[in-house]
Write a protein that binds this ligand. Structure first.
Ligand code: FES
Length: 159
């Protein structure tokens, strides 16, 4: 997922216009970040700084909002998104071990994307299949009653 330079410049221009419309208005933060997320597919660090300066919001607050809402991503998304559930039911059935195995196999931490842009890994709070835990989804597909040794096989299926 390589972004062409001219595309990026065009998107940065749109961000500048957006900031201009909301200059010095901290209350517009979520709205502006939402637009940035839609434009870039994530919230690039340099754009977060631009937004913080333009809206007169501390950078720490921008980062706080960006990490609080699941809709926002700090990294470009990969071709496939793996969501591992750490809700209570999955947690007590060992989802932490499944996450550890995923991080080991993919060599990234939760919240990151593999360098080849194939996989993004995220932790979610409940996937609505609590009786089948531990559960993960790869895009729209549910994988239930997970055992850690199933992880390489699941990843291979989407690689
Ligand atoms: S707690 Fe994992 S699916 Fe609900």
């Amino acid at each position: 997922m390589v972004m062409a330079t001219e595309n990026r410049e065009e998107m940065l221009k749109q961000v500048d216009d957006l900031i201009e419309q909301h200059k010095g208005q901290p209350s517009a933060l979520i709205q502006v970040l939402h637009r940035v997320q839609l434009l870039f597919g994530y919230l690039p660090a340099d754009v977060q700084i631009k937004v913080a300066n333009g809206l007169a919001v501390p950078l720490a607050e921008v980062h706080g909002v960006a990490t609080f809402y699941a809709f926002f991503s700090l990294y470009p998304k990969g071709d496939h998104t793996i969501s591992i559930c750490k809700g209570t039911a999955c947690y007590v059935r060992g989802s932490s071990r499944v996450l550890e195995r995923l991080e080991k196999e993919l060599q990234i931490k939760a919240g990151q994307t593999t360098p080849d842009n194939k996989f993004s890994l995220q932790v979610v709070r409940c996937l609505g299949a609590c009786g089948l835990g531990p559960v993960l989804t790869v895009d729209e597909n549910v994988h239930a009653r997970l055992k850690t040794d199933k992880i390489p096989e699941i990843i291979k299926k989407y690689a």
